[in-house]
Design a protein around this ligand. Structure first.
Ligand SMILES: [Mg+2]
Length: 242
């Protein structure tokens, strides 16, 4: 059963694969106009207690959802924007890491490098055959990653580098301490491996969660597709939050 949304809910939502259908490249995703209206409405009904929780940079999130600019966690927690618009950012990744990722993107056709400064993402959806080469490159540089305290993560057709200790879960903990999230019942939705960090901390926050596509540990409901999530949000906004 899907946990209810009330006037006391804090809604934390992953974007790609949860609200939006995945596309061939991150730039090709589409934000349905109806979704934008629904999110703006929900944000008002919840008095701003709606936040995106994404691997994208805040810049990329804002470009997608303009002119809507809610609180948001970007770069998997590397950037946190409160409801007042203030942004807390961690330091950029060292150049040594950037060079490795840029070198791979340059030499393997079809790879897309997304530089979020405090995190790097190599998208290989257009070149799935590159995965073994990428995996061995990550293994080859494991020592450097360890020395620089950089964590390598594998997501859906993406390999990411980000500082150890930075993840969506710890970022949600931080944002949940701020107004207007503080004291509210957290409801989180996600679809990918990096969202597991949020599911892990939900019990300690007294929060609840849903996943998309497959069941995650702690998820109380599974939506089959992002479209089903959008339809549910539409019904919630339409019914009004009390
Ligand atoms: Mg996702």
């Amino acid at each position: 059963m899907m946990p209810p949304v009330s006037g006391n809910t804090a809604l934390f939502l992953d974007i790609d694969g949860t609200l939006l259908d995945l596309a061939r490249t991150p730039d090709q995703v589409k934000v349905p106009g109806e979704l934008l209206r629904v999110l703006e409405k929900l944000d008002q009904q919840l008095h701003g207690a709606l936040a995106f929780v994404s691997g994208r940079s805040l810049e990329s999130i804002d470009r997608l959802f303009a002119p809507f600019r809610p609180a948001a966690i970007g770069a998997h927690g590397g950037e946190i924007r409160g409801i007042n618009g203030e942004i807390a950012r961690i330091a950029p990744l060292p150049d040594s890491i950037r060079e490795i990722f840029a070198g791979l993107a340059e030499h393997i056709p079809g790879l897309l490098l997304e530089d979020k400064r405090c995190a790097l993402a190599l998208h290989y959806r257009l070149a799935p055959e590159a995965l073994p080469v990428l995996t061995s490159a990550m293994e080859r540089h494991a020592r450097l990653f360890a020395d620089e305290k950089v964590h390598i993560l594998h997501g859906k057709a993406v390999i990411e580098a980000r500082p150890r200790g930075i993840d969506k879960g710890s970022a949600v903990v931080k944002l949940a301490r701020q107004k207007p999230f503080k004291g509210r019942a957290i409801l989180f939705g996600g679809d990918d491996t990096t969202d597991l960090d949020v599911f892990r901390i939900l019990p300690q926050l007294g929060g609840r969660g849903f996943s998309v596509g497959k069941r995650f540990p702690g998820a109380e409901h599974v939506f089959e597709t992002p479209r089903a999530v959008r339809q549910w949000l539409g019904r919630v906004a339409e019914g009004g939050v009390r």
